[in-house]
Write a protein that binds this ligand. Structure first.
Ligand code: FAD
Length: 494
């Protein structure tokens, strides 16, 4: 008889784990508290509009391709995506507009033309972040970090001899300031700190390697929108025999000392050989194993930022806008002080506008656009009163009006809001943190919860709140690490 694996949660980490475990011969059941899969990677359909509710930036698509291949199908046939020519259009408060072309040569030329930055500065920087990524991805992303075997592996030894290349001593901002003459270019590259919910004025410059993914490797967009990543992978998992159970909340993980028994759902005990949690790890310990102490690392690790998002159906088109657009705050440093020190939203926030129907035409009715308007926001510590959220809305609309010279409110025909409270309600992420912990210190990589429980050997963890971190590619990588661990256990038992 097949061994049984239970997966708690159908976020991208859980779905990826289900494909891996099924491939390893497990009978897999995924229990999801919501009515549909995806967790933060989700969608709203209303009044002819379709909105991706969470992730909008898609990098390393080959990781999704690999899962599809693993499931026995071909990505070329069922999951198509395009490389974006323009990664993002940036608007600055002095009226400067900058297109961050995907092509490195074009990007460097644009930086030279618009910011008067020597092209060589941009090229050297992109080469350096590529080198950092190539050097460390195996160690930081695709292997179980901070494990003796990893540090002694080929990847570990490679990093050990070139550790200085990882630029761990400076902050992202300090390195960027030393790399570019243009303050605007420094701000643009500082923004990559937000890609894992961190503060670029604190996070180590190692994180500058995030820019490599968009600028050397490329940013992509699925032809049918971000949520098609979920629907495609769930379909593949089902074809392999994985069973998904929706509206089923796991209440407890059952253990007997160090031995895993299974889970409890609606007072029913369901036994399993393996349990893999894709749930935010802080809330996992608090709610599913309340008798176990919250690990110290989770107590001391600063939470990542959250977000406030307005999903707006707009009854006109904006030909100047692209798929991804940023309206920058004037004082970026102060914005991050508000987010991480004062734990409040900033009155002149950086506003991100994502319009998927620029690429996927069917996402909005003809003559309309589907705007996903997002600002970074601190995690919920009780500060989000109705009044605060209404002020945020007013500040966001004011920013859009002033920078795009429009009265946007008069064009809104559909509106819904997501915020740290709703993110926690819908996905059980502590405080609504988007990426679990932040990377605001040099120790962060070591503080992330590992992918395996330290004592209960059949309990594993995937998803954005554990190693290697948040974002679609890293969540998929976490499932690969768990699969590798289980594969090794199977080999050891033979
Ligand atoms: C607004 C926003 C913008 C983002 N932008 C990007 C982006 O552009 N690019 C990018 O790569 N990433 C982005 N992210 C991050 C990305 O969405 C996440 O890192 C990733 O989707 C998290 O996946 P996960 O596997 O951790 O699971 P989650 O998405 O956190 O899902 C966990 C699932 O577990 C379920 N669950 C929890 N507890 C239980 C229980 N007890 N029983 C049963 N089910 C349970 C939840 O309902 C949920 O479905 C963004 C996130 C947000 C919110």
């Amino acid at each position: 008889m097949n061994k049984k694996a239970i997966i708690i949660g159908s976020g991208i980490g859980g779905i990826s784990a289900s494909i891996h475990l099924s491939k390893l011969g497990y009978q897999v059941d995924v229990y999801e508290q919501a009515e549909k899969p995806g967790g933060k990677l989700n969608e709203i359909r209303e009044g002819g509009f379709r909105f991706d509710t969470g992730p909008s930036l898609f990098t390393l698509p080959n990781l999704v391709d690999n899962l599809i291949e693993l499931s026995g199908s071909s990505s070329k046939d069922i999951f198509k995506y395009d490389k974006l020519e323009n990664v993002c259009r940036y608007y600055f408060t002095d009226g400067t507009v900058f297109n961050a072309w995907s092509d490195t040569e074009k990007f460097a030329s644009e930086a030279s033309r618009v910011f008067n930055e020597p092209k060589s500065n941009v090229e050297n920087y992109l080469n350096r972040v590529k080198e950092m990524y190539d050097l460390s991805a195996d160690l930081f992303i695709f292997k179980p970090f901070a494990r003796f075997s990893t540090l002694r592996s080929k990847a570990g030894k490679k990093v050990a001899t070139k550790i200085h290349k990882l630029d761990m001593l400076l902050s992202m901002h300090k390195r960027n300031k030393r790399s570019f003459r243009s303050k605007k270019l420094v701000q643009l590259f500082n923004r990559y700190g937000t890609y894992n919910g961190s503060n670029p004025y604190k996070a180590p410059a190692t994180l500058n390697m995030i820019a490599h993914l968009e600028h050397n490797d490329g940013a992509f967009f699925p032809e049918k929108g971000m949520y098609s990543i979920v629907t495609t992978l769930v379909d593949r998992a089902k074809a392999m025999g994985v069973k998904f159970h929706f509206n089923k909340k796991v209440d407890r993980v059952l253990v007997d000392g160090k031995k895993l028994i299974g889970v409890e759902i609606d007072h029913e005990k369901i036994e399993a050989d393996k349990v893999i949690s894709d749930m935010d790890v802080t809330n996992f310990y608090k709610h599913l194993m309340p008798k176990k102490k919250l690990p110290l690392r989770l107590k001391i690790m600063e939470k990542s930022s959250s977000a406030i998002i307005f999903y707006l159906g707009i009854n006109r088109t904006f030909p100047d806008l692209d798929v991804h657009n940023i309206l920058f705050a004037d004082n970026y440093k102060e914005e991050f002080d508000y987010l991480f020190k004062r734990k409040r939203t900033y009155h002149d926030p950086t506003v991100y506008i994502f319009i998927s129907n620029k690429s996927t035409k069917t996402d909005a009715p003809s003559g309309c656009e589907n705007w996903f308007v997002m600002i970074n926001a601190p995690v919920n510590i009780g500060q989000y009163t109705e009044e605060v959220l209404s002020d945020v809305r007013a500040n966001v609309l004011k920013k859009i009006n002033s920078m795009l010279n429009v009265d946007i409110e008069s064009h809104i025909v559909f509106e819904e809001m997501g915020n740290p409270i709703t993110i926690e309600e819908k996905t059980s992420s502590a405080g609504g943190a988007i990426y679990g912990g932040s990377s605001n210190s040099r120790l962060s990589a070591f503080l992330r919860h590992p992918n395996k429980h330290s004592k209960i050997k059949d309990l594993h963890f995937v998803g954005g709140s554990v190693h290697p971190g948040g974002g679609i590619p890293l969540c998929i990588a976490s499932a690969g690490i768990v699969a590798e661990d289980i594969k090794n256990e199977i080999i050891d038992q033979q």
